[in-house]
Design a protein around this ligand. Sequence first.
Ligand code: NOJ
Ligand code: CA
Length: 715
Amino acid sequence: MNKHEFISILTFLIFMITHILSPQTINSPDGRLSLTFSMTDYGEPVYELTFNKMQIINKSKLGIFIKDQANLAEGFTLVNHETSSYDGSWQPVWGEVKTIRNNYNELLVSLRRRDNRELRIRFRLFNDGLGFRYEFPQQDGLKYFTVSDELTEFNLTADHKAFWIPGDYDSNEYFYTTTKLSEVDASYGATINEISTKSIIGKNFVQTPLMMKTSDNLYINIHEAGLINYPVMQIEINQKTFSLRSHLVPDVLGNKAYLQTPCHTPYRTILVSDNAPAILESKTILNLNDPSQIENTSWIKPIKYIGIWWELHVGVSNWNYSDINNVKLDLTDWKNLTPTGKHGATTERTKFYIDFAAEHGFDAVLVEGWNIGWEDWFGQWKENVFDFITPYPDFDLLELQKYAESKNVKLIMHHETSASATNYERRMDEAFRFMKNFGYDAVKTGYVGRIIPRGEYHDGQWMINHYIHAARKSAGYQIMINSHESCRPTGLHRTFPNWLSSEAARGNEFNAWSRGNPPEHETILPFTRLMGGPMDYTPGIFEIKMNYYDPSKKFQVHTTLTKQLALYVTMYSPLQMAADLPENYSKYLDAFRFIKDVPVDWDETKVLEAEPGDYVTIVRKAKNNDSWFLGAITDENKRTSEISCDFLTTDKWYTATVYSDGENAHWEKNPISYQINKYLVNSKTRLKLSLVESGGTAISFLIASPEEIKTLDKY
Ligand code: NOJ
Ligand code: CA
């Protein structure tokens, strides 16, 4: 080797070493977000994130702790890094928009320890946020392992305002508290919510999606995407440094996850924007999920439904057939039950709902309390309560199958498992076959109570795998699923589009039998719970005060009637219930018209204005159809605003039917008062919205008929 060769090889080596060791930076496609990965002197991987050069996440450690082995969190050398870019689009089976663009820059770093164990971290930087996950390649030194902890830090720069619910391994059914991070008190948050699941995990723990706002008016949202075979990530807050840290839901032994290489964790997501509507329009969480695993999706259809449900929650009828005090049900002796006379799910009552659904164009009727077990289901922690195939004597499946078919209405099955997941798994095939035999193609599942197997939590790895198992199995039978008391969603409806919706939050039902959900609740949910996927919130309550049913009841829905209409647009779900009783809708058929007209599947969505905790206004275009629908809601404060109709197709007249609060409406004093006005509008129209305290406006924009163009007033 001559001197020149030596120098050029040396220069190349120096270049390689500095290149590999130097921090790695990637930018979002629009250049506004910037992610830098580097290593500390101790070989710890760290990342940081800026938005328009403003620091969003200070240097934050990454790593996985492994039981009985050295941690995958330090002592690493960066052995390789690769950058790449992707720009493509895909069409969801159903959704808020017809086409979703997936556009990111990626950095994949490979780390190796002295003991040769390897960890990779994949970062994807989108225009509106970052996703990153840990990947464990196949390797000799790491085959089966137990995750004892995850050290993912999100070191924030200041004491941001946060919209939070308390950390809890079993439940998300809380309303939100808004405080600075330093003022989060999750134990208080749990107390005011009257929930005691026995697994609330301390003062400074909260759940994700965690929505925050900085004093510079930036919006930051932390969550996760693609939660499979791993526990839910909750968040621990250091209230002095504003450092957040992942807290994984354990199992009974305190272990977090059992994994086998090759494998990876879900993506951790950080969305950032200076514009609140952009957070709601983000598709990053969905994009970080795998494409559909179901090849033929033609049988998957959005559903608008009614059901024998709210009447159970308000006490008009009961789930159980016989007296709850006298029976200890065994699946063999149910024939001895004596009826109470208040059973809701009777053949006759179901036919009445089917008639109402057929008359008003609903796809389906849910019936709860149709099967034996409800005498013995609640709070008992028993393994065998429901068999999912034995109806009560007054529920005639065959007769109802014929009747529903004749009216072109579907019945929706209900599988309350009373949290006995083992029992459900054993009986699932039989239960799904039974459904298909009787013409059902959708099921609502439920997991009320403490999980069986004992020691598991609703949000632990074991149950996460159970929910996925249920989604996969039901897909095998071409059954759509709506899960209640399951973990909050993480965009998995891209992968399993038959998993139409879930509850996993404090739904409208709480208003029927507890202090309920405060007026701001539905303005926060889109920024939190709904970030991961649709919710079966069950809007549409018209008889708002519960003293309508029982004069002694003080409970009420914290809403006006037209706010209930607006929720069909502001709370996205491909599965929407008109939750109130048919008898109540029959009294307000003019307002009910909006629920009949509003679609459950969309080509376009525009968030016109939104502020977490205050208000949300959204317009959506119906699937394959030139009509638009608007929903606007406000918190406990009344509100006016002006919106431009420039989303409408230019040069076309539309009939806008505006459902708004009555002049003296008020969620508490006068909730049912509403007015309905019709105008001719076009894309140049500017509409004034006026919402009372916890009020709402709902508008349908349908192409105007020649007759309407002649007779209706222009706005
Ligand atoms: C709780 C669910 O959220 C609710 O919708 C259902 O009616 C009850 N469990 C009974 O399964
Ligand atoms: Ca619930």
